[in-house]
Design a protein around this ligand. Sequence first.
Ligand code: ADP
Length: 246
Amino acid sequence: MTMQSVIKIDDLTVSYGNTRVLSNIFLNIDAGNIYGVIGPNGAGKSTLFKAILGMIKVSSGNIWVLGKEPQKAYVDLAYLPQKEEVDIQFPVIVSDVVRIGRLAHKGVFERLNSVDYEIINQTMIQLDILKLKDRSISDLSGGQQQRVFLARALAQRPKILFLDEPFVGVDIKTEMSIIQILKELAEEGVTILLVHHDLSTVSNYCDQVILINQRLIGCGPIETTFTDENIAKTYGGQLKLLHKIS
Ligand code: ADP
């Protein structure tokens, strides 16, 4: 592991039942970068996140996160799942959702203190949701909800942030403000892994890419790795379809 390598994956394979979805993945993720995780639907991007987060059983291989096993690093990892995996029907107000972000740092009987409340407040200001703090989460627009869930993740002050398609259903103004916040966090040394589908904004949003389609196609800086050839390898026959849509 290099000095600044925050995630190291060594020959990872993951199967669901008899179906292998990730094969022989080797990765070294460096601190303070925004990584675009790029690949078609079903490529195993969410599965890769869940494996690094210690949420699923891996079939073989090893993962180290901040030098530890994934489950032991959870305090420093924050995860924003894909929208459809978030249950937005529960009757809870915005400030309560953001507060959950601080609980990772607390023991079972430990209460939030003034430092926690200051962080919660600052994060709500940063994401422009302070005025929504007493609203029920289920009453908000998709873009507002996404800002609340991102606030929960940021309030945790994670060292590594996992975002699975955070811009789906989000207006362009919110998207721009979120990417600005992510760039500032990366400057401060936070590592960000971002599943992102809009290939036209990848080089603007990300420092590096992880190109994946069940196997690793490439991982590295935009200039050397996000090439037409690698993109074609990643999407295979589906690339034509993508061009038609956009
Ligand atoms: P992506 O995020 O790139 O769209 P996923 O990691 O969600 O891909 O899924 C990879 C493959 O694994 C897909 O074929 C998907 O249907 C399958 N899969 C995902 N989660 C499960 C699960 N819990 N049980 C069985 N198969 C799953």
